[in-house]
Write a protein that binds this ligand. Structure first.
Ligand SMILES: [Zn+2]
Ligand SMILES: [Zn+2]
Length: 360
């Protein structure tokens, strides 16, 4: 629980925030700090709506404080830089993802893994160094230390680049770390939403053979024809699951609702891995027999460090990887959240902040 930034900071800002666990967003005035020596300030043009925003808005993880102003897939154009900023200048296309600070002295930070720093500061619903609350990207502008600023490659459209800052790095990092980035690797992706569809695109760009495991047969045609997946299994169809037994080297599991792990373990080859990147709010069941037979692994992964985030987005630029998005105006945000709960989006909502956010 931080001090209210409006008491501490002189630069006026506005956005849309929730005031309580109803999660309903409405216009909100606040303020941000002046541009420090190492800070980059930018005008926000687009912000993706992540599933985490939904959990946070309604306090489903139990750690939300209000007002809560979400958004951690934030892109825009630099308007001001501090005197010691090296890498950015006014006019640059930049973004901020899930974090805006860390200790910079621990082992994780020294290894460019700020995302695993125990003192990591989240872009919203967190407390900054100065004791004030952090507010996210459903707002007119943002200021962050340049270490947490990502450069958006010139060839990527800014609106579609936004979701890479969370969904992109969340799926890219485990594909790399767990060795699922080799040509010919057989990769499964569970859940075809915001995270899953980006996982498919990265895995394909690495040369993997990609199988989608989904509860929705209606997604099959688009998954194969548009996203380029090699095959599609309906997880509720026992014949299809049986036929795919023992075929996958690894699975990226993006599902953030409680679901069964055992059927997924059966899809793995020996030494196969399931990497959890979704975050269900209740524990999953893990019978151990299917894990020890075949020396399998269940692991986790959470976003990525800043060095890897830049690497991810440069890779996306090089391979023309753009998430599929539905661009929406700011005042549609509450409807979009309701639709997201029903998974009624292909595949990520992106708020057109620059054109549609009106001063509160
Ligand atoms: Zn996110
Ligand atoms: Zn640290």
């Amino acid at each position: 629980m931080g001090k209210a930034p409006e008491e501490e900071h002189p630069v006026k800002a506005f956005g849309w925030a929730a005031r309580d666990t109803s999660g309903v967003l409405s216009p909100f005035k606040f303020s941000r700090r002046v541009t420090g020596d190492e800070d980059v300030r930018f005008k926000i043009l687009y912000c993706g709506i992540c599933h985490s925003d939904l959990h946070s808005l309604k306090n489903e993880w139990g750690n939300s404080t209000y007002p809560l102003l979400p958004g951690h897939e934030v892109v825009g154009v630099v308007t001001e830089v501090g005197s010691k900023v090296q890498k950015y200048k006014v006019g640059d296309r930049v973004g901020v993802g899930c974090m805006v600070g860390a200790c910079h002295t621990c082992e994780n930070c020294e290894n460019n893994l700020e995302n695993y720093c125990p003192k990591m500061i989240l872009t919203y619903n967190s407390v900054n160094y100065d004791g004030t609350k952090t507010y996210g990207g459903y707002s007119d502008h943002m200021v962050a230390n340049e270490r947490y600023i990502v450069r958006i490659p010139d060839n990527l459209p800014l609106d579609a680049a936004a979701p890479l800052l969370c969904a992109g790095i969340t799926t890219y990092s485990p594909l790399r770390y767990y060795g699922l980035d080799k040509p010919g690797t057989k990769v499964g992706v569970v859940g075809l939403g915001g995270l899953g569809h980006v996982a498919v695109k990265f895995a394909k760009a690495f040369g993997a053979i990609v199988t989608i495991i989904s509860t929705s047969p209606s997604k099959k045609q688009e998954a194969i024809e548009v996203l380029g997946a090699d095959s599609f299994i309906v997880s509720t169809n026992p014949d299809e699951m049986q036929a795919a037994m023992g075929t996958l080297d690894g699975i990226i599991d993006t599902v953030s609702a409680v679901h069964a792990l055992v059927p997924l373990l059966f899809l793995l080859k020996s030494h196969g891995k399931i990497i959890m990147v979704g975050a269900p709010d209740k524990p999953l069941e893990l019978p151990v027999f299917p894990l020890i037979i075949g020396r399998k692994t269940i692991a986790g992964s959470c976003i990525g460090g800043m060095k890897e985030t830049q690497e991810m987005i440069d890779f996306a630029g090089k391979h023309n990887i753009s998430p599929l998005i539905e661009v929406i105006p700011m005042d549609y945000v509450n409807t979009a959240i309701e639709r997201l709960i029903k998974a009624d989006v292909k595949y990520r909502f992106v708020l057109d902040v620059g054109n549609t956010l009106k001063a509160a």
